[in-house]
Design a protein around this ligand. Structure first.
Ligand SMILES: [Fe+2]
Ligand SMILES: [Fe+2]
Length: 196
């Protein structure tokens, strides 16, 4: 993987750089749903990403419910624990298959986008570190739920920060990844890209 320009760091950039936008300009987001090549790989990808967005929102909402007193510690832990584990595990698996299977094929088929796949790969590393931090802070938080109220609040604040950082990183990554790969799939069709 090549070094990534600091302007393209996941937590500060505002989108894909101009030189990687030629396909998304040809196939803008509002045209995707009506394109004949959207069925299959592209739809599957978008659904998967929407699932991550939805689950991220549910986790964030459940933390807010607990912090604002709408759920008690026990109810919160029962709801939150299994969903967080599912979220973290699925996200890790999704990134693995992208890095090891799809991105190398896509970058070979469209070499002008290779730098884009390097950026996404670098994102995955950052997100992976944030996932680990998230799991650690979540465990500390879940353990603190059995302790005194101050400890609970402290751990809840620490976790809420970690979680909003992860969700923000993920939102940027999912949007940029879609802008890179969905137009490519629409342009080439599933078969040329080694389909599902
Ligand atoms: Fe990704
Ligand atoms: Fe993805």
């Amino acid at each position: 993987m090549d070094d990534i320009d600091p302007k393209l760091y996941l937590e500060t950039r505002l989108g894909l750089p101009e030189d990687l936008r030629f396909l998304v300009e040809k196939y803008p987001r509002d045209s995707w749903a009506g394109h004949r090549n959207v069925h299959g790989m592209a739809s599957m990808w978008l659904q998967r990403h929407d699932m991550f967005r939805e689950l991220g929102g549910i986790l964030t909402g459940s933390i807010a419910d607990y912090r604002e007193g709408r759920t008690d510690a026990r109810g919160f832990a029962q709801f939150f624990g299994p969903r967080l584990n599912f979220f973290l595990g699925q996200l890790d698996g999704h990134h693995n298959i992208e890095d090891h299977h799809y991105f190398p094929i896509f970058a070979r088929v469209e070499t002008r986008l290779k730098r884009g796949f390097d950026i996404l790969d670098a994102d995955h590393h950052l997100i992976h570190d944030a996932l680990e931090m998230n799991a650690q802070t979540a465990n500390a938080f879940l353990q603190a739920l059995t302790g005194d109220t101050d400890a609970q609040h402290y751990a809840a604040d620490a976790y809420a920060d970690q979680n909003s950082r992860l969700v923000a990183m993920l939102a940027r990554h999912l949007d940029d990844e879609e802008d890179l790969i969905i137009p490519l799939i629409l342009d080439k069709g599933d078969r040329e890209l080694g389909g599902y």
